[in-house]
Design a protein around this ligand. Structure first.
Ligand code: ADP
Ligand code: MG
Length: 283
């Protein structure tokens, strides 16, 4: 599938890497009152490095990384891709995983060398009654092997350079800005504080992202949602305008009305201003 083939650029917009699916998307952009932004991959780069590995029950750092990489190899989630990359950089062998089951917004379960391996967030561990014997951290991927807690990988992501000015630019245009993320409250709050976003919704499962977007729309009016993940596709499809980052998943791009090919945050205030001037000229 070539989802980008559905998009057309118009003059100035395409020169700035902004592609519209149709003219209605431009018109709809002029009516926007609120913007809801996904965090990982939208406000941040979505490329994580491993900061720390915490070990338990006799598991070593390398075994934790190797088992996580084995199950995450089946996932396209930014955390999964980053964990597999780090394992390969350490020249760890990526072990085969079978019966792989990815639970969106939670993690991955699979069998590796006949052991049941769970790799995901705190909610995922809770679902399987795994006790996490570690303090909550910003972005942690927890590992359980045969129902025993093995440890966790603490990962760090970077906020995009233009995020602070882009969000200030949106507010200046009178747009209410919210963050919708599946990440932990700690991870969400850290990014929101640094970027000046005061409406933060964390720990959202994919369907809760959609209902939260709809709640904001009911309160504030026409809404633009910007995301990049597979889990963002239903929200992109249901927002008044859905915008996907060019670096995002195919499913996100397919569901979107607008694509920001540069994957920059400042494409958002730019597109809103551009839509208004385009209409002013047309009228
Ligand atoms: P976001 O909305 O921030 O882009 P997602 O909804 O994709 O995040 O994921 C929410 C959370 O679910 C992640 O922060 C992570 O804790 C967990 N998660 C989702 N997929 C995976 C995975 N493949 N491996 C580990 N954790 C995952
Ligand atoms: Mg994302």
């Amino acid at each position: 599938s070539v989802p980008l083939a559905f998009f057309a650029g118009i003059g100035n917009a395409s020169r700035h890497g902004i592609l519209f699916k149709d003219g209605a998307a431009i018109e709809a952009l002029t009516q926007i009152k609120a913007a809801a932004l996904d965090k990982t991959g939208t406000i941040t780069h979505g490329v994580f490095d491993v900061q720390k590995i915490k070990t338990h029950n006799g598991f070593t750092e390398n075994i934790i990384l190797q088992l996580c990489a084995a199950v995450e190899n089946a996932s396209t989630h930014p955390l999964a891709v980053s964990i597999v990359r780090q394992a390969k950089e350490k020249t760890l062998k990526i072990l085969p995983a079978v019966d792989v089951e990815e639970v969106p917004g939670k993690g991955v379960k699979a069998y590796v060398e006949n052991k049941k391996v769970l790799c995901g967030n705190a909610v995922f561990m809770q679902d399987y009654d795994i006790q996490i014997n570690d303090a909550a951290e910003k972005t942690a991927v927890y590992l359980a092997v045969d129902n025993k807690y093995a440890g966790c990988i603490i990962l760090g992501d970077q906020i995009k350079d233009d995020a602070v000015s882009a969000i200030a630019g949106l507010k200046k245009q009178g747009i209410s800005v919210a963050m919708l993320t599946g990440d932990s409250s700690e991870g969400a709050a850290a990014v929101a504080d640094k970027t000046g976003i005061d409406m933060v919704h964390a720990k959202l499962l994919p369907d809760e992202k959609l209902s939260t977007m709809q709640k904001i729309r009911a309160e504030k009016g026409k809404i633009l949602f910007v995301g990049d993940g597979i889990n963002d596709a239903p929200v992109l499809a249901n927002a008044d305008v859905g915008a996907a980052m060019g670096s995002g998943a195919d499913a996100a791009i397919e569901a979107a009305d607008v694509v920001f090919m540069t994957s920059r945050v400042d494409a958002i205030p730019y597109a809103l201003r551009l839509a208004k001037t385009t209409r002013a000229i047309a009228v």
